[in-house]
Design a protein around this ligand. Structure first.
Ligand code: AMP
Length: 427
């Protein structure tokens, strides 16, 4: 790790970074920023949570020439959520650069509003490929002055079918641009894009065993179809889970888990691709603010979302492949904190889960779902721990007197305590 001051960057940026509370660089920042400042093209294998946004934001901001109000950098992202998040982070880092204009462009928002801002002049565009092309075709956006192009979460963009759009946009930018590519995984198609559109790129990979990387404790639990939902709820109890992002593979699955959580009185919401963008934003905000405890989602939610303080990810369904597993569990343990990722595995999932286990660099530990008896013991222990704590720190004189008064020959204080314990457990 090193300090941001060790880079040759301007005071305006250092001051903003300082105010954001970042002292030391993350590994990706340490490796990528010096190369980018030299003007090199970079392909970086880095996940959300690694600090990649700042890793490309600093070199972009260093190059922006404010008097020229045409786009000088364009960042392509797979989703609207990520575009808004990245634009926000750039604005934060560029807070002290006077008159800097950053715009997020994405589908789902009326195009007129974005057009008006574009016409006034913007230095940095962040957007989804489809909407960027739309603006180019309408003559709202000219990329002739672009010096830097970033492909953020490139593997996700390809998975979502943006390949042609990305290539069209890259072909619309000057040949002498700097091209930065960030991707959690580097499959063959990404290598092809790098080969065709980057100039002698430097490849950076952050070793996932490094100390600075997120510490995600990964457990798997054998279950079966019939008891899967009950087992999920047991996990809440065993691990004292107050909030979690729960993934299902299908919209139907999301619906089922969400409805059943509601039935059991858990504060929960669902999130999937069939919902309007507005509703999705709404749900995400509520989850971020802590107004919803459990968010049940298909993979749409795992793309690029930055939810701080998310301690638990639960794969209610085993993800279809390793890349999806990596993306899902990357929503926890952001920027060096720690988190848990649990996966429920039925007998039908064993093959696909073994595949994921084989590719995982970190051991996924197999744990047992407790039996009902074990659950009761765990619950009793938790209550007794709280009782002991209360005896230590609370003034219980009034309560002790009440018990003394209520107990008699036929009603011992032990019996009163036992009945109270039962009542608490039933609540
Ligand atoms: P990213 O990988 O860009 O999505 O960043 C993940 C989170 O880490 C974001 O909330 C950033 O604001 C935060 N972050 C970025 N760089 C640092 C740093 N050097 N120290 C601490 N947090 C950081």
């Amino acid at each position: 790790m090193m300090n941001f001051r060790d880079f040759n960057i301007s005071d305006d940026i250092l001051k903003a970074i300082d105010e954001m509370g970042f002292e030391k660089t993350t590994p990706i920042q340490k490796k990528a920023i010096p190369l980018e400042l030299e003007g090199r093209d970079v392909t970086a294998q880095a996940q959300t949570g690694s600090g990649k946004t700042i890793a490309f934001t600093i070199p972009i901001l260093e190059k922006i020439f404010i008097p020229d109000k045409s786009p000088q950098a364009i960042i392509l992202c797979p989703t609207r959520e990520l575009s808004v998040q990245v634009a926000g982070e750039i604005e934060n880092v560029g807070k002290y650069i006077k008159k800097l204009k950053v715009l997020a462009v994405y589908g789902g928002q009326p195009i007129g509003k974005q057009t008006r801002v574009l016409k006034k002049g913007v230095h940095i565009i962040v957007g989804t490929p489809g909407r960027v092309i739309d603006h180019i075709q309408r003559g709202n956006l000219d990329l002739i002055g672009v010096e830097t192009v970033v492909l953020d979460e490139a593997d996700e963009m390809l998975d979502m079918g943006f390949r042609d759009d990305i290539e069209t946009i890259l072909n619309d930018t000057p040949y002498r641009r700097q091209t930065l590519l960030f991707s959690a995984t580097i499959p063959q198609e990404i290598k092809k894009i790098a080969k065709n559109y980057q100039n002698n790129p430097k490849f950076i990979k952050i070793d996932s065993n490094k100390k600075n990387n997120p510490k995600i404790t990964q457990y798997s639990f054998k279950t079966n179809h019939k008891y899967k939902f009950d087992d999920l709820c047991k996990l809440f109890g065993v691990y004292d889970i107050k909030s979690a992002l729960i993934f299902c593979n299908t919209k139907k699955g999301v619906d089922f888990v969400f409805k059943n959580l509601k039935k059991r009185g858990y504060s929960s919401q669902e999130l999937h691709g069939d919902m309007t963008q507005k509703t999705r934003d709404n749900v995400m905000n509520k989850f971020r603010n802590g107004n919803i405890s459990f968010l049940v989602a298909t993979d749409v939610a795992s793309r690029g979302l930055d939810i701080s303080n998310l301690d638990f990810i639960i794969n209610y369904d085993v993800p279809q492949n390793y890349d999806s597993y990596v993306h899902r569990i990357g929503r926890t343990a952001r920027a060096g904190s720690s988190g848990y990722a649990f996966t429920l595995v039925t007998s039908q999932d064993i093959l696909s889960f073994n595949n994921i286990k084989k590719q995982s660099k970190v051991k996924i530990i197999e744990k047992k779902i407790p039996t009902d008896n074990e659950m009761e013991m765990i619950e009793n222990k938790r209550i007794m721990d709280e009782v002991k704590k209360s005896i230590k720190i609370d003034n219980l004189d009034k309560e002790v007197n009440l018990i003394k008064k209520s107990s008699s020959k036929d009603l011992s204080s032990e019996e009163i305590a036992a009945a109270l314990l039962k009542k608490i457990r039933e609540n």
